[in-house]
Design a protein around this ligand. Structure first.
Ligand code: ACO
Length: 331
């Protein structure tokens, strides 16, 4: 069974409400039909009802029974605007600005999640990553004890001998361009949490990656990963975590044994933490394009789940991301 089949089964077992702010987008209406008919979640589409219905008609999608909310006419918009104003007034947001934001389906959807009117949000078929992330960062904020929002890619590999039955969690590949050592430590802890709650990896083994293994090279970039490893140990003393190590030392048992003898992680890592966004983003794309892996992205560290799509996403990608979001909401 693929990781996504397992995630969909989990989502069906405890139905969550997921809001889709890009409600009249062609792939989104098709995905909403599938999500409802397969019982993966209760989708809510945001937008003008006529526009959403027209898009569904054009796509031949039956969205009957799916709730459509228009922020322009919703009775909740003024409550959401008040909350945005309260949260952002010290950032120079006026009551008028807050109302304008609440009328924007992206912010309206974020406020639904923030105030518990939806369990999670999926967007990004039209909006950029930054446009989707900013309101989530500003209003949903981080989970208690976690300092930064980051991301994990679930990499499903053709070789079941690597990682956890062929599954590796890569982090962070989307959000933090240049994490500090402390931020990197928080990314590592969040990635282990994603591995457990979303992938069912009972024993996450977290490797903090570098171009050096256990002091084989000396450089300030290496020192940063060593410091992050130390901080992560302090944040989560029970977590099986080690660093700094090279990619091959992390996943190849013989190389792990020779380069990092005695490490509980080397050679058997299933969670890989990259030192910065350039390494993480390039790394997941190489694994996908040259390694034949399937890649599924989620945000982690947010107090409530919101996930981003690629603007080139397929209908199936939206369905999958909604299932992942629903399972995050269960946790
Ligand atoms: N975790 C928690 N809070 C954060 C984070 C974070 N990682 N980053 C920013 N914030 C907070 C800030 O503290 C600030 O809060 P405040 O307004 O309450 O003070 C708020 O979010 C906005 O912060 P800014 O720094 O003004 O936001 P910025 O405009 O820099 O955008 C963003 C943040 C969007 C995450 C930015 O870092 C970014 O663009 N990252 C890269 C995204 C990207 O392009 N990824 C690669 C493509 S995706 C792919 O390939 C799959």
């Amino acid at each position: 069974m693929s990781i996504i089949d397992g995630v969909k089964a989990k989502a069906r077992a405890n139905l969550k409400t997921i809001v889709l702010p890009e409600g009249d987008e062609a792939r989104t209406v098709q995905a909403a039909q599938i999500i409802k008919s397969e019982g993966i979640a209760r989708p809510i589409l945001l937008g003008k009802a006529e526009s959403v219905l027209e898009s569904a008609k054009k796509q031949g999608a039956d969205i009957s029974g799916i709730e459509i909310i228009d922020p322009e006419t919703s009775p909740l918009t003024s409550k959401y605007a008040d909350c945005i104003y309260e949260m952002r007034k010290n950032k120079g947001v006026s009551p008028e600005d807050a109302l304008k934001l609440a009328l924007d389906p992206m912010y309206y959807g974020i406020m639904m999640v923030k105030l518990g009117d939806a369990d999670g949000l999926v967007s990004g078929a039209v909006h950029t990553t930054g446009d989707m992330l900013r309101p989530a960062l500003q209003l949903i904020k981080t989970k208690p004890g976690i300092k930064v929002v980051s991301s994990s890619f679930l990499m499903e590999l053709p070789n079941p001998e690597i990682g956890w039955n062929g599954l590796l969690v890569y982090s962070d590949c989307v959000v933090m361009p240049c994490p500090t050592a402390e931020e990197l430590a928080h990314i590592a802890v969040s990635a282990a949490d994603t591995a457990k709650t979303l992938c069912g990896i009972e024993e996450p083994r977290v490797a903090l990656l570098s171009f050096s293994t256990k002091g084989s090279a000396k450089h300030e970039l290496v020192s940063k990963v060593q410091q992050a490893t130390q901080i992560a140990h302090e944040l989560a003393p029970d977590l099986i975590l080690d660093g700094e190590m090279q990619f091959d030392a992390a996943i190849v048992p013989s190389i792990g044994a020779s380069k990092a003898k005695g490490s509980p992680v080397a050679g058997k890592a299933n969670v890989l933490v990259f030192p910065d966004l350039q390494a993480g983003n390039i790394g997941y794309k190489i694994t996908e394009r040259l390694g034949g892996a399937r890649a599924y992205a989620v945000l982690q560290g947010l107090a409530k789940p919101c996930n981003d799509l690629s603007r080139g996403c397929s209908v199936n990608d939206i369905v999958t991301t909604v299932a992942l979001t629903a399972v995050q909401a269960q946790a």
